[in-house]
Structure formats: structure tokens, C-alpha cells
Design a protein. Structure first.
Length: 592
């Protein structure tokens, strides 16, 4: 278990589409200033649709995903959306409904996707907006590093439009139009709490990192319960081997909840969000500066107590000759070496001799035996800690020592951002740069993300061939103070650790599209390539507007990743032969 929660930012990029019109900024009126009075109106619109997806077995042989084994797995879904908008002279209100089986069953509060009211004052100089909303910050074309207020729903991330993947949040927004001539606006947003990113809990889109965390926690709960049960029943060592099966039956009666892993409740002011953004236009450039205060939407796992408890369990078990024999016989030699190193050499021989230092048999470094952190760092550097982590559950079952649970926390985050958009020759360019500031300024806290720099740089343009349009964007990041990660006592467990030693991440995101038959037929190919991990995604799609409002489509996805540091690896880890995943999908939607 190296790093339990991977960032999935790349996956949210899979369905961006190019901008049909490259308009910079938001005009308040056709000539600037506040629009003329209009007749209040109510407008209804919506969409209903259905899809059928077939996950394809892309290699010969048997595969198993979440206890479902077959050559092809079929998924089907139906949904409905309804948008009701009221527009008056100085106010407007909007409510959007999202109805689908997953939302109704798992998050019924999100059947109301958005619900807000907006009012204008002082002839449009000021606006106030409040309700459940989705607000987008940044100039990127549906690819952002500055858009932080709303969480993402990754339960089915492949095709939904960017704004449809965002989860509505209760917000209060104030806008001041400072200059009509230069379209200068100052926006301020506050949310009393935050919503976390969501992931699938089963199926092919169930992230491998999340599955590993669930398996680890389940094993710890069972192990600790077995010790309590064994003590209560006064079972001998032979009978204890039957305890895991006993606990399996009792676990459903346990009061343990995964919520206990989190340090705080997200529905609290601690997780409130706030930000300011100043935007304007001049000399052909749309620009913006912004500041965000909040938290990351995906948790970091603190494994300190867990690792220490495993180390103590191994050390205690290895203190006896029977324990050392059992470990070396039943498991791997490196675990036996670790037991000898931590249990006998360091704590036994050296301590018995009254020594305060010990020379590592692997690196030759001198270890201070009076400093527990130095001992842990030495074990980490010698490579023994990974062996213990890989086989922690087996070792734990051989001891009577309880294991500590990991804890999860959403790291505090401040984002200082710059953004711009302008036309360069025939290229419509877009830029975003973010400095992400966390509480781990020194970079030496393994359980908190380091500071980082992130960016988006891209363009779109019409090609002189038929109706072809190309959109290319680079989303990247660079983690600061990587040396503090690699030299840390818990290096391989650090939330930012990369086993390849690469602390940059560059995704090249492209879309090529064309239209025929008076724009009734649309074809496109989307793609993502991650430079550092050499993983990629290809997603072709074709849609046909059969009659007014009715669109039929055929689309597919192919994912490849064989690098455990990759983001797509979360969805190809189960395929240990070809490291890929693929599906095709039929769609139908009617818009009104």
C-alpha cells in the first residue's frame, strides 16, 4: 500500500469539448451598462435520454472485477433533466432537476442540481446571487486549475459535460461591475461548507486506490475484533486460526463506519470556502487574478499510527524465536530480515549491550537508537518497511497486537491564480496558472500534500479543411520540495510519493471534430496522453440529429496504463496482462 488516494484530475478532462464561439468576458448589455427593462418570463427546457454500455474483454482469458467475471459486462442508464428559469427586470431565478437511478438512490439531495436567485442593484453595478450553485473560475476550455468551489462526481466521469460533473454547492456570491469600458468585475464567493469528490463504489469505474483502502481497513477491523473475541472466549492459539471466518459473520453486526476514518465533519464551518476574483479586458486580452481559500476535495491518508502499530506487532512477535521461525518459514525473507533488524539486532542485541547507536547492515549508516524517528527512517531507507506494508495483514494475524486505523483528512488549500485568454494569429489561446499553498510549507509532513504549481495552456482553431476544428490543451503540475518527500521517514507512504521519482505531471488533451449534412452529423475524437506515465485514453464519438430534438449516438473509450503512479491505473489495475479497459456505448437523447 503506497499511496491510497490518487488524484483523478485527468479523468475529469475526458469529455471537454471545444468552444464554438471564442467570446472573451461577459457583457452586461449590448452597448455596456445595464440592459433595458424586459417583460418577466418563465422558460422551460430539458432533456431525457438513455444509454447502453458494453465493457469489452480486451484480452483472452479470465478476468474478475468486483466479483463479476464475464467476457462482456453490460450497463444501462436512463436520465432526465429539467431547467426552469424566471427572468424579470432586476431579478431572475433558476431551478434545475437531475433525475437518474444513481442520484435518487445514493444522493437524493442532488435531484435538485441547482437552485438559486439573482438580483441586480444600482443599475446593474452590483449583483447578489445565492442558492445551490455551480460557479466556474478560470479561462481554460473546460479544463481548469483555478475552478475550486465545486466538487466533481466521478462515478461515471467519461462523457458528462464538465458542468454536469460538477456538484452543486450552497453559495453566496456578490459581483461589482467596476468598469463597463474594460469589463472589470470583482467577484466574491462564500460557502459555509464543502462537498467532497465522489467515486464509484463498484464496477469497472471503482478506483483501485479506493478498493485498496477499503480492503486494508476491513482487514484491520477484522483483526482487532478477532483479538477482542479471542480474549473474551479464551481460545488457544490453534483455535484462533478460525477467527477470521467467525468475524466475517459478526462484522455485519459491528457498529464500525467508514465515517470514523475522517477527522472532521465536512458540514462544518471548518470546511467553509471563500474567494475573490478580479477580471477585465483590454488590448485584446481577457485577464483575471484570483484567490481561493478552502480544502482539497480528495482526502489524504495519514498512515503514521497504522505503520507504527504494524512495526510494533512485528517487533513483538519477532522477540520470540518461535515468531522469527514462523515469519521466515511462512512468508518472505525480507520480512524475516526486517524482524531481525527491528526485533533482534536493533532492540535486542544493541540494547542488551547498552549501545545507543547501530550501524545499518544495508546502507552502513549509523542509526541513533534513542530516536524512534531515526530508527523508522533507517528501516524505511533499508527497504524493510515496504516488505512489512505489503504483508502487514499476514504478520498482524500472527501476533496478538492490535493495529491502528488510518485517518483521512481534507488538506487545507489556498490558491493564488492568474488567467488570460487572447487571440494569437489564428489560435484562440487560454491560460491559467495556480500556486497551491497547503499547511505543509516545509514539505516534510508525509500526510499533508506539499505546495505545488499547476497550469493550463491551450488553444483551439478552425482548420482549412471542411469544418474541422482542433483543440489542444496541456494541464500540468509540479510538486515542490520533492527532496523532503524522498528523504522522509515514511517516504513510500507520503501522499505525494512517486516511485519513478517524477514530481511533474503533464497531460496533453486533444479534440478533433467535424460536421456534415448541415451540422446534423457530428464526429469527433478525444484523446489524453500523460507524458510522465505514458498512459493514454482515446474516445471516438459520432452523433446524428435524426429529427428535431432527437439525437442518436455511438461512442467508445479505450484506456491504457501500466504504471502504478498513473491516474488511469485506477481503472486498469485489474487487468494485469494488457493493462487496459474499453467499452462501446449507444446513446439516445431528446432535448426540448
Amino acid at each position: 500500500m503506497k499511496k491510497l488516494i490518487f488524484t483523478l484530475t485527468a479523468l475529469s478532462l475526458a469529455s471537454f469539448s471545444f468552444a464554438q464561439d471564442f467570446g472573451f468576458g461577459d457583457s452586461v448589455g449590448s452597448e455596456g451598462g445595464f440592459e433595458e427593462e424586459t417583460t418577466p418570463s418563465v422558460v422551460w427546457s430539458g432533456e431525457v435520454g438513455a444509454s447502453g454500455r458494453a465493457w469489452i474483454d480486451t484480452y483472452d482469458g479470465y478476468k474478475k472485477v468486483n466479483d463479476v467475471s464475464t467476457d462482456t459486462v453490460l450497463d444501462a442508464n436512463a436520465y432526465a433533466k429539467l431547467d426552469v428559469n424566471y427572468a424579470g427586470d432586476y431579478t431572475d431565478a433558476n431551478i434545475k432537476f437531475k433525475i437518474d437511478p444513481s442520484t435518487i438512490k445514493e444522493h437524493p439531495e442532488d435531484v435538485i442540481d441547482e437552485l438559486y436567485a439573482n438580483g441586480s442593484f444600482k443599475e446593474g453595478r452590483f449583483q447578489l446571487k445565492a442558492g445551490k450553485m455551480k460557479e466556474v473560475w478560470g479561462k481554460g476550455d473546460k479544463v481548469h486549475v483555478l475552478d475550486n468551489f465545486n466538487a466533481n462526481d466521478y462515478t461515471d466521469f467519461i462523457f458528462p459535460d464538465y458542468i454536469d460533473r460538477r456538484i452543486g454547492e450552497v453559495m453566496f456570491k456578490a459581483t461589482a461591475n467596476i468598469s463597463w469600458d474594460y469589463n472589470i468585475k470583482l467577484e466574491g464567493i462564500f460557502t459555509p461548507w464543502m462537498t467532497a469528490d465522489r467515486f464509484a463504489s463498484s464496477g469497472y469505474l471503482y478506483p483501485a486506490a479506493q478498493a485498496n483502502l477499503t480492503e486494508t481497513v476491513s482487514g484491520i477491523v477484522k483483526h482487532n475484533a478477532a483479538i477482542d473475541l479471542g480474549t473474551a472466549l479464551s481460545l488457544d492459539d490453534t483455535s484462533k486460526t478460525d477467527l477470521p471466518s467467525i468475524v466475517d459473520g459478526l462484522q455485519s453486526m459491528s457498529s464500525f463506519s467508514a465515517d470514523q476514518l475522517y477527522e472532521d465533519n465536512l458540514k462544518s464551518l471548518k470546511y467553509g470556502q471563500a474567494g475573490l476574483r478580479l477580471t477585465g479586458s483590454g488590448a485584446g486580452i481577457d485577464w483575471g487574478v484570483s484567490y481561493y481559500y478552502g480544502h482539497y476535495k480528495q482526502p489524504s491518508a495519514n498512515l503514521g499510527a497504522y505503520i507504527d502499530s504494524v512495526s510494533n506487532a512485528v517487533k513483538t512477535y519477532a522477540a520470540s524465536s518461535a515468531g522469527q521461525t514462523a515469519i521466515s518459514t511462512a512468508y518472505y525473507q525480507e520480512i524475516s530480515d526486517f524482524a531481525t533488524y527491528m526485533g533482534t539486532n536493533v532492540y535486542g542485541v544493541a540494547a542488551a549491550a547498552g549501545a545507543t547507536t547501530y550501524v545499518s547492515p544495508v546502507t552502513g549508516d549509523t542509526v541513533d537508537l534513542t530516536d524512534p524517528t531515526a530508527i523508522q527512517a533507517a528501516a524505511q531507507k533499508d527497504g524493510y518497511m515496504k516488505a512489512v506494508s505489503d504483508h502487514a495483514q499476514e504478520i498482524a494475524y500472527m501476533s496478538d497486537q492490535k493495529l491502528a486505523l488510518p485517518s483521512l483528512n481534507y488538506d487545507q488549500l489556498q490558491v493564488f491564480g492568474l488567467e488570460a485568454a487572447f487571440v494569437l494569429w489564428k489560435f484562440n489561446t487560454r491560460w491559467e496558472v495556480a500556486y497551491n499553498l497547503t499547511e505543509d510549507i516545509a514539505g516534510d509532513d508525509p500526510w499533508v500534500k506539499n505546495n505545488s504549481i499547476a497550469w493550463v495552456a491551450g488553444f483551439d482553431m478552425d482548420l482549412p479543411i471542411h469544418n474541422l476544428n482542433i483543440n489542444v490543451q496541456n494541464q500540468g503540475s509540479f510538486i515542490l520540495k520533492k527532496d523532503k518527500i524522498e528523504d522522509g521517514a515514511y517516504a513510500t507512504y507520503d501522499v505525494d510519493y512517486n516511485s519513478d521519482g517524477k514530481y511533474t505531471n503533464n497531460k496533453i488533451i486533444g479534440l478533433l471534430s467535424d460536421k456534415w449534412m448541415n451540422e446534423k452529423l457530428t464526429a469527433e475524437v478525444q484523446g489524453i496522453y500523460v507524458v510522465e506515465t505514458k498512459e493514454y485514453m482515446v474516445a471516438p464519438k459520432i452523433e446524428f440529429n435524426a429529427v428535431e430534438g432527437l439525437t442518436l449516438g455511438l461512442r467508445g473509450v479505450y484506456l491504457y496504463s501500466d504504471n502504478e503512479n498513473g491516474e488511469f491505473y485506477n481503472f486498469t489495475a485489474w487487468n494485469d496482462k494488457n493493462h487496459n479497459a474499453a467499452f462501446v456505448e449507444l446513446t439516445a437523447k431528446y432535448q426540448f
